[in-house]
Ligand binder design. Structure first.
Ligand code: F6R
Length: 610
């Protein structure tokens, strides 16, 4: 994520930039920084931690000027620290840049620039851009940035300033959001509208592949190739609080809709461009011999992260043939688990601070095991204490109910399963390519499934007074049922249970009576007929069945009361898409019941007690 602000005009630049960053702190908050241009000099002040740390530093080292840029960071490359905080600079200190996104080819660029004598100060992917600008600068920042755009790959919202052009800030966008706020004798840049609402309600929303040359009295927009484009002014009518949620009614809904981007970000740079292999070598420090020797895996987590682990078990066992146990952290740590010397421990935690998960991590390390952490927060305890770390790049998750963290955990687990399979020589080239092509298409599928929102809203409205709900499925659909039931319980407060579809008749079927809602997940082709039989069992007891299946499945429509169609994906990868209607269902049920969706009763976002 990361928050970006830029300002040019006659106000106090520090106040505008810091005030804007405060409105964007929900986008990331592990470090912050500001660069201003004053008296022909670029001054940079930055600090690890929340924005208040930067403000304290600025009291001791005041900055001024008519032009400035600022950033709050959500670390992806390089731990949270003063050095890794933005803005970053070139060797001469003439340029300052801020960035949101991931520069995929930063390693090769860094080597190239180092060979030319550039000195790097941080571990970030961003710093290469500052040095690249220095290398390519031709006296004209706009054409220099066009040249820079041709050299960098990945996702970025970039903002750059230089003492050589003291009346100009350039902003450019590829796959990361960026807006320009339009004022009178002043202009603003931000990654999101709330940062500028205090000053203006007129904005340009930069589209993908566009850049803006922002001066005090003018804003010119161009394509990344430098062709001029004409933009329409958007007049913002949201109030400030709604704007922070990007116009969505709740953070949870916003985060559900952010999933296509979060999935794409989590895949970025981890799949070879020819889809031949998963590339994790920069992130995990494992030899092929180590991977080959792993004889079992214990995945340890809580709640939604535990549910992600259950899907991970299916995929790792299928693709890499390593036996996997998935354990609830609060149980695992107290039961003297059997680990071999070659057991790999994987802990999954969005926050990276869940007390039981952390305790399990520490216990495993004390027993001499190697621990892989999968977390969304770079500077978290899990990220710091695990031997190896894979970061989910969902960006900050504000709503208590986890959504985009779950789907990105699944993405990482899929990548890991393919990685193990390829390193252990179990997957053929075609098989790897098919799965990676499927993963590559998931953001688009996630986008499409969001279109089911109105249907789910209507269903939730009709069914909001239900006392009990059952989610059923087989294979990974069973694990998805568990996640669907948890989501519904925690925000709508409707009692919900998940069952392996074949297990109902061993007791729970007694609870199925006239009109009881049953959500039946039917995405596993090899288990289709069996699940259909289980649906018939509940229909025979007059349940109201909402089926979830792939588009084109007309047979299911005849057997259930209502159907949600998913875009086709490989059945193996379907969980990432299947979960989205379940999240929406829970969300709309909670809204229909008038609940506090983002802060459900009795719950907290980060569970740091045992
Ligand atoms: C449910 C939810 C929780 C968390 C659990 C673990 O929506 O968010 O079940 O998944 O508290 O939290 P992390 O992943 O931060 O360890």
């Amino acid at each position: 994520m990361c928050g970006i602000v830029g300002y040019i005009g006659n106000r106090n630049v520090k106040d505008v930039v810091i005030g804007g960053l405060a409105k964007l702190e929900y986008r990331g908050y592990d470090s912050a920084g500001i660069a201003t241009l004053d008296n022909d000099k670029v001054t940079v002040v930055k600090s690890v931690g929340r924005l208040t740390n930067l403000e304290k530093k600025l009291e001791a080292n005041p900055v001024s000027g008519h032009l400035g840029i600022g950033h709050t960071r959500w670390a992806t490359h390089g731990r949270p620290s003063d050095e890794n905080a933005h803005p970053h600079q070139d060797c001469s200190g003439r340029f300052a840049i801020i960035h949101n996104g991931i520069i995929e080819n930063y390693l090769s660029l860094r080597e190239e620039l180092q060979a030319k004598g550039h000195q790097f100060r941080s571990e970030t992917d961003t710093e290469v851009v500052a040095h690249l600008i220095e290398e390519l600068y031709n006296g004209d920042l706009l054409s220099t940035m066009v040249a820079v755009g041709k050299r960098i790959t990945g996702a970025y919202a970039l903002v750059v300033m230089t003492k050589d052009e003291p009346d100009t800030i350039i902003a450019m966008r590829k796959a990361s959001p960026l807006i320009v706020g339009l004022g009178e004798g002043e202009n603003f840049i931000a990654s999101d509208i709330p940062a500028v609402l205090e000053y203006t309600r007129k904005v340009y929303v930069l589209d993908d592949g566009e850049m803006a040359v922002v001066r005090k009295d003018s804003v010119e927009c161009y394509t990344l190739a430098g062709e001029p484009v004409t933009k329409e002014v958007l007049n913002v009518t949201w109030d400030a609080v709604a704007a922070e949620r990007g116009g969505y009614a709740h953070f949870m809904l916003k985060e559900i809709h952010e999933q296509p981007k979060a999935i794409r970000d989590t895949l970025t740079g981890r799949i070879a461009s020819d889809l031949s292999r998963v590339v994790l070598d920069e992130e995990v420090n494992w030899s092929r011999d180590f991977v080959k020797a792993i004889d079992r895996i214990h995945i340890v987590a809580c709640g939604t992260s535990w549910h992600a682990g259950l899907v991970g078990k299916s995929v790792i066992e299928k693709l890499a043939r390593i036996p996997v146990d998935v354990e609830i952290a609060s149980e695992y740590r107290y039961r003297d688990p059997i680990q071999t010397d070659n057991t790999l421990i994987i802990v999954i935690s969005q926050s990276g601070e869940t007390a039981d998960t952390l305790a399990a991590l520490r216990d495993a390390k004390a027993r001499g095991r190697r621990v892989l952490g999968i977390t969304n927060v770079v500077g978290s305890s899990v990220a710091r204490e695990a031997d190896d770390v894979l970061i989910t790049r969902a960006g900050p998750e504000i709503a208590v109910a986890s959504t985009k963290a779950y789907t990105t955990q699944l993405v990482v687990l899929y990548l890991l399963a393919v990685y193990f399979g390829q390193e252990r020589g179990l997957l053929g080239e075609d098989q790897v390519r098919d799965i990676l092509a499927g993963l590559h298409d998931l953001p688009q599928a996630a986008e499409e499934v969001l279109d089911a929102a109105p249907q789910l809203e209507k269903f939730a409205e009709e069914w909001k007074d239900a006392h009990d709900t059952f989610f059923i499925g087989r294979g990974v659909d069973y694990f998805l049922s568990m996640e669907g039931a948890l989501k519904l319980k925690e925000i709508s407060y409707i009692h919900a249970e998940a069952y392996a579809a074949g297990e109902l008749k061993h007791g729970t079927l007694a609870l199925i009576t006239d009109g009881v809602p049953v959500i039946a997940l039917v995405t596993q082709t090899d288990l289709y007929e069996k699940t259909l039989s289980n649906i018939k069992e509940v229909k025979a007891r007059d349940a109201f069945v909402l089926g979830v299946t792939f588009v084109g499945d007309e047979a299911l429509r005849k057997s259930v009361d209502e159907v949600i169609y998913l875009p086709r994906t490989m059945p193996l990868l379907s969980p990432i898409v299947t979960v989205i209607p379940l999240q929406l269902l829970a969300y709309y049920a909670a809204v229909a019941r008038g609940n506090d969706v983002d802060k459900p009763r009795n719950l907290a976002k980060s569970v740091t007690v045992e």
